[in-house]
Design a protein around this ligand. Structure first.
Ligand code: CA
Length: 242
């Protein structure tokens, strides 16, 4: 990582040093190539309930909690917030559709990134806007031995999901580190906004269809075109060598 990038980060937040001890990973679109399934399920279920949304728009809302996404659409299409019951029915149906999709593959390159970070002695956490059951099960199946229950922040743990900084602030707390002692890996504009608001050094990986500028304009400190490119850069190996 070039000193120039680090200096910019330190200046932006008024910190004196960047000394990473933990990496906070987003899940969908970072660890799993699951965004196409999510975007299709969201678009289909919302349209069924009279809340028409394109798959492209689903990528723009990526990272929000289900409730927040449904309410944005409800205000647009119904002129009011959705009721608790409506949110529950729509989200349940969305999860049903998502679970019926062919299982999302692991994101190419993600395992190498995790292995590099673990070997560098960094604590690994997951901070996700998802509230689906069996998060740990999925993580354990895909990436055995990397994450524990206490090191997963899901939408069930926070009042305000991304783009609020709350999920990443809770991630810092669970990692037992300060903002300048962590690094975030995110793929969604709203996720980047959340991490930057929590004052954490943010690596964006553009694994979806939006332009990279959508991530940079939210304040990402570094941008990679894929998790494989991040793995090839060997960034976490470099940190371990410090
Ligand atoms: Ca994501």
């Amino acid at each position: 990582m070039t000193q120039n990038v680090i200096d910019k980060y330190l200046e932006k937040h008024g910190f004196g040093t960047l000394a990473p001890k933990a990496v906070l990973f987003d899940m969908d679109g970072v660890l799993f190539d699951s965004m196409p399934n999510h975007a299709r399920s969201w678009s289909k279920v919302c349209t069924e309930f009279g809340l028409e949304m394109s798959t492209e728009e689903a990528y723009i809302h990526e990272g929000r909690t289900g409730e927040a996404t449904i309410n944005i659409l409800a205000r647009r299409h119904w002129g009011r917030e959705a009721t608790h019951e409506e949110i529950e029915r729509i989200y349940e149906e969305k999860c049903r559709l998502f679970n019926a999709c062919a299982e999302a593959p692991k994101m190419p390159g993600a395992e190498q990134v995790l292995a590099q970070a673990k070997a560098a002695g960094l604590r690994l956490l997951v901070v996700t806007g998802s509230g689906q059951q069996s998060l740990l099960e999925r993580l354990e199946l895909g990436y055995p031995g990397y994450f524990t229950f206490e090191r997963i922040v899901s939408s069930k743990d926070v009042e305000h999901g991304k783009p609020s900084p709350e999920p990443y602030l809770l991630g810092l707390e669970r990692a037992g580190v300060k903002p300048w002692e962590a690094i975030v890996v995110e793929n969604a504009p709203l996720g980047v906004r959340s991490a930057v608001a929590a004052q954490i050094f943010t690596i964006a990986v553009n694994t979806g269809p939006l332009p990279g500028e959508a991530l940079v304009s939210e304040g990402a400190d570094l941008l990679f075109p894929s998790m494989s490119a991040l793995a090839d850069a060997g960034l976490f190996r470099e940190i371990g060598d410090v």
